[in-house]
Write a protein of this length. Structure first.
Lengths: 321, 286
C-alpha cells in the first residue's frame, strides 16, 4: 500500500507540474502580462520598467519559470490588477463559496445516480429504463449555463420563490446568525439544484451501463438460479460489484463539475472561484485567471488522488498491480 | 471487412435499435437544416432586417435580437457551426489518438511508456479551465477552438485503441501475418486498425456532444469567435441583451434546445454503435 501511495502521489505531482508549466508557457508565449498598462498613456515607460523588474519579467525565461514555481509552492499566485490585491487572497475569499456548493452537490448527485442507476440497470429494457435513459441523455447534452438560465427563469422570474443573483442579499455582511444562514441557504438553493440535477442525470447513464455489465456476469446468473431473493442479489451481488468502476469515474465527474461551477456561478453571479474565472477573462486580469485555473486544477488533481486511494482501499488487487 | 458487409453493419446499427434510429433521425434533420440553410432561412443572419427586440410575429417567427437581426435565421445558420465543431474536433482528436494508440500498443517499450504517461496526465488535466486559458491567450477564432478541443480529446482515443491493440496483436492471424513477412506498418494498418475502427467511430460520435458543449460554454464566457453565428454566441448575446427581461423567451430557449437535441442525437447514435460493438451493453430484455 505504501509504494502504491508513493507512486500515485508522484503521478499527481507530475500532473500538477504539467498543468502549471502549460499555464506558464501559454502566459509567456502569447502575450505580455503588462500590455494593458503599456497602453495606458498615464503610466511612464520608467514605471513599466520598474514593475517589470519588480515582477522579474526582465529576466530570462528559465529563471522566470523557476521563480514562478518557487512562488507557487510558497502560495504566491501573483497580483490581481483588477482587485489590486494578491491573487491568493482574492481566491481564498471566494473558494469557500465554491467548495460549499460543490462538495454537497457532488455527494448528493453521486448518491442519487448510484441508487437510481442500479435500479434502472436492473430493469434494463423496460419502459422505466427507456424513460430514464432518454431524460439522462437529453440533460447531459444541455449546456450547464443554459440549464441555469432556464431554472433561474422558472424559479426566480416566473414563480419568484428564489433570488435572482448572489450568495446573500447585496450589502449583507457575514455574521454567525441564523438569519444570515437562512439568507445564504435561500440563495444557495437554486445553483445547488442545477448542479445536482445535471450531475445526477449525467452520471445515471454511466451507473446504469455498469450495472447492466455486472448483470451479465455468470455469478449473477448463478445467484438468480439459486433462487436468492431479488433484493439480495441486487444489493449484495450487483450494487457491490458495480461500485468499483463507478468510483473511478467520480474523479472525472469532478472535473466536469468544475466546468459546471464556472458556468453556473457566472449565470447566478455567485461569488465563487468559478465566477472569478469569468471576471478575470472579462477584465483581462491574467494573473487572476492563471491563479484561479491553477487552484481549480489542483483541486481536481487532489480529488483524483483521494479517489484512487479510496479505490485501492476498496479493491486490494489494485495495490499490487 | 468488405463494402457490402460494412454497409449491412451500418444499416443494422441504424435500424436494429430504436435508439440508433432516433439518433440518426435527429442528426439527419439538423444536417439538412445546415446544408439547406440558404434556402430555409428567411433572412441573411448578419443583416439588420427589423427593429431591435421585435417580439415573435409572422415576419420574424422568433423575433429579432438586440441589433435587429432575425433570430430564426441566426438559429438556422448556427446549426452549421455546431455540426462543424462537433465533427471536426473529435475527428482530428481521433486521428491523433488512433496513431498514438496503435504505435504505443504495437511497439511497446519506451514509446508505450511515454504515450501511457502522457495519456494519464491528459486525462487528469481539468480540461475546461485549461481550454479557457488557451482560448483566452490564442484569441477568439473558431478554428483555434477546434484545435484546442482536439488537443484535449486525443487521450481518450489513444487509451481505447491501445487496449484493443494489446489484445489483438497476440491473435493467431496477426502472428500468421508476421510469419508471412508483413511489415510492422502493414500489420498495424492493414490487420489491426480495421478491427478497432468501430470502437473509434463509437467514441467519435460520443465525443461530438462534449465538443459542441465546450464551444457553447466558451462562447458564453466571451471566448468564442464573435464573428461566427453559433448557438453559443446567440445565447451570449441573449444573456447580455437581457432577452428574458425583454420577454424574448424563444431567443434563449431555442438555441439551448438546439444544442441539447443535437447532443442527444449524437449520444443516441453513439450508444447504439457502442452496443453493437460491445454486445454486453445491449438493451435486451431479461
Amino acid at each position: 500500500m505504501k509504494t502504491f501511495l508513493a507512486r500515485r502521489a508522484l503521478t499527481s505531482l507530475v500532473t500538477f507540474i504539467a498543468v502549471i508549466t502549460v499555464v506558464f508557457l501559454l502566459a509567456r508565449a502569447t502575450g505580455d502580462p503588462l500590455a494593458e498598462l503599456e497602453n495606458d498613456p498615464r503610466i511612464s515607460p520608467a514605471t513599466i520598467a520598474a514593475i517589470k523588474a519588480a515582477f522579474g519579467l526582465d529576466k530570462p525565461l528559465h529563471q522566470q519559470y523557476l521563480s514562478y514555481l518557487a512562488n507557487l509552492f510558497r502560495g504566491d499566485l501573483g497580483y490581481s490588477l483588477h482587485y489590486k490585491e494578491p491573487v491568493a487572497e482574492v481566491i481564498a475569499r471566494k473558494l469557500p463559496y465554491t467548495l460549499a456548493l460543490l462538495v454537497p452537490s457532488i455527494t448528493l448527485s453521486n448518491y442519487l445516480a448510484y441508487a437510481v442507476g442500479i435500479e434502472v440497470g436492473w430493469r434494463r429494457g423496460s419502459r422505466f429504463d427507456s424513460i430514464f435513459m432518454s431524460v439522462s441523455m437529453f440533460v447531459r447534452s444541455t449546456p450547464y449555463f443554459w440549464l441555469a438560465i432556464v431554472f433561474l427563469y422558472v424559479f426566480s422570474v416566473v414563480l419568484g420563490v428564489t433570488p435572482l443573483f448572489g450568495a446573500v442579499t447585496p450589502g449583507r455582511r457575514f455574521e454567525w446568525s441564523l438569519d444570515w444562514l437562512l439568507d445564504y441557504l435561500w440563495h444557495y438553493a437554486l445553483p445547488f439544484t442545477v448542479l445536482t440535477f445535471r450531475g445526477f442525470l449525467s452520471e445515471l447513464i454511466y451507473v446504469r451501463n455498469v450495472a447492466v455489465d455486472v448483470l451479465g456476469e455468470d455469478f449473477v446468473t448463478t445467484a438468480v438460479a439459486r433462487g436468492l431473493p431479488e433484493k439480495y442479489v441486487k444489493r449484495r451481488y450487483v450494487a457491490r460489484n458495480a461500485m468499483l468502476p463507478i468510483v473511478t469515474v467520480l474523479g472525472m465527474r469532478y472535473a466536469f463539475i468544475i466546468d459546471g461551477a464556472i458556468l453556473t456561478e457566472t449565470v447566478f453571479s455567485y461569488p465563487g472561484t468559478g465566477r472569478l474565472v469569468y471576471e478575470a477573462i472579462f477584465n483581462r486580469d491574467f494573473w487572476l485567471l492563471q491563479g484561479a485555473v491553477v487552484v481549480l486544477a489542483a483541486s481536481v488533481i487532489i480529488v483524483n488522488l483521494v479517489i484512487d486511494l479510496l479505490y485501492a482501499y476498496l479493491d486490494p488487487r489494485v495495490r499490487y498491480r | 471487412m468488405t463494402m457490402g458487409s460494412a454497409l449491412r453493419e451500418v444499416l443494422r446499427v441504424l435500424f436494429g435499435s430504436r435508439l440508433g434510429l432516433a439518433g440518426f433521425s435527429i442528426l439527419l434533420a439538423f444536417s439538412l437544416v445546415a446544408v439547406f440553410a440558404d434556402l430555409l432561412a428567411p433572412y441573411d443572419p448578419y443583416e439588420i432586417v427589423g427593429l431591435p427586440y421585435t417580439p415573435p410575429s409572422d415576419r420574424f417567427p422568433l423575433g429579432t435580437n438586440d441589433i435587429g437581426q432575425d433570430i430564426l435565421s441566426e438559429f438556422i445558420y448556427g446549426s452549421r457551426v455546431s455540426l462543424y465543431v462537433g465533427l471536426t474536433a473529435p475527428l482530428i482528436a481521433s486521428v491523433l489518438g488512433t496513431l498514438l494508440g496503435l504505435l504505443s500498443g504495437y511497439l511497446g517499450g519506451l514509446v508505450d511508456e511515454v504515450v501511457v504517461g502522457a495519456v494519464d496526465v491528459m486525462l487528469a488535466l481539468p480540461s475546461l479551465p485549461l481550454i479557457i486559458i488557451l482560448a483566452a491567450y490564442l484569441g477568439p477564432s473558431l478554428n483555434n477552438i477546434v484545435l484546442i478541443l482536439a488537443f484535449f480529446g486525443w487521450s481518450g482515443f489513444a487509451r481505447v485503441v491501445r487496449a484493443q491493440v494489446l489484445s489483438l496483436r497476440e491473435r493467431p492471424y496477426v502472428e500468421a501475418a508476421r510469419a508471412a513477412g508483413a511489415s510492422g506498418l502493414r500489420i498495424m494498418f492493414r490487420h489491426i486498425l480495421p478491427h478497432v475502427v468501430p470502437l473509434i467511430i463509437a467514441n467519435l460520435v460520443l465525443s461530438a456532444t462534449s465538443a459542441i458543449l465546450a464551444e457553447a460554454g466558451l462562447s458564453f464566457l466571451g471566448l468564442g469567435d464573435p464573428t461566427v453565428k453559433s448557438w453559443g454566441q446567440m445565447l451570449r448575446r441573449a444573456q447580455a441583451g437581457h432577452a428574458l427581461d425583454q420577454g424574448l423567451l424563444l431567443w434563449v430557449f431555442v438555441p439551448g434546445l438546439g444544442i441539447a437535441l443535437l447532443g442527444t442525437g449524437f449520444t443516441l447514435l453513439g450508444i447504439a454503435i457502442e452496443e453493437r460493438v460491445n454486445p454486453r451493453l445491449r438493451f435486451s430484455r431479461r
